[in-house]
Ligand binder design. Structure first.
Ligand SMILES: [Ca+2]
Ligand SMILES: [Ca+2]
Length: 218
């Protein structure tokens, strides 16, 4: 019995070995053997980048934020303005860091405002190419509130975190915080003509842009 059984096992082993050879031949032979196959596909795929959108609104009023209209300051007088910055709602909008910078600063000398300016500003009569002294004497700082999805951030998350004071011509800029999709932030600027301002800045003015930036955070 043991011999018979052994013979059967040898036959099985032999068939197995032959079968193995056949498989190798099939693989090596490539297209000379017919074989089944099938295929399928999912067509019409589209993929693209979502958009990180920074939106600026006036404080508490729907619509575009108006620029700071020309106002005048005297030493010790401060002007403040609030607005709302938001990041668009969306499932694939990334969390982003919000920052702001004063850009494109242009100062203007309006001429000599009486003898008091002449005494301390010997080129106040030169208007062309003269940025005046306001942008050297006036200061600006930024405030930011906590990010929120509330309808009116300037009421519910008042801007209390503040940057240092910057002279207008010292590249004012600040990191304001992070905005998740759909979140808003109340931001405020304060512009001050300090009590240390001199007669050299009388009548002078400055124009500038406020550039807000949202940068994706990982
Ligand atoms: Ca001046
Ligand atoms: Ca002047």
């Amino acid at each position: 019995m043991g011999t018979v059984k052994g013979t059967h096992m040898n036959k099985k082993l032999t068939r197995g070995a032959l079968a193995g050879v056949a498989v190798v031949a099939l693989a090596a032979g490539g297209g000379t053997f017919a074989a089944w196959s099938d295929f399928n596909s999912i067509d019409g795929n589209q993929i693209g980048a979502d958009e990180l959108v920074l939106k600026l609104e006036a404080d508490g009023k729907p619509g575009a934020v108006a620029p700071v209209s020309k106002f005048t300051l005297a030493p010790g007088v401060l002007n403040s303005k609030q607005f709302v910055v938001s990041s668009r709602q969306g499932d694939t909008i990334p969390k982003a860091g919000l920052s702001v910078a004063l850009a494109d600063l242009v100062g203007t000398e309006d001429g000599c405002s009486g003898n008091s300016e002449v005494v301390v500003d010997n080129d106040c009569a030169t208007l062309v190419g003269n940025p005046g002294e306001f942008l050297k004497e006036a200061e600006l700082r930024f405030y930011s509130g906590a990010p929120t999805k509330a309808a009116d951030p300037c009421e519910t998350a008042k801007p209390t975190a503040k940057s240092e004071w910057f002279k207008l011509d010292a590249k004012p800029q600040a990191v304001l915080g992070d905005l998740a999709p759909g979140e808003k932030m109340c931001v405020m600027t304060e512009i001050l003509l300090p009590k240390s301002a001199t007669n050299a800045s009388q009548g002078d003015s400055a124009a500038y842009n406020l550039d807000f930036t949202l940068d994706q955070k990982f």
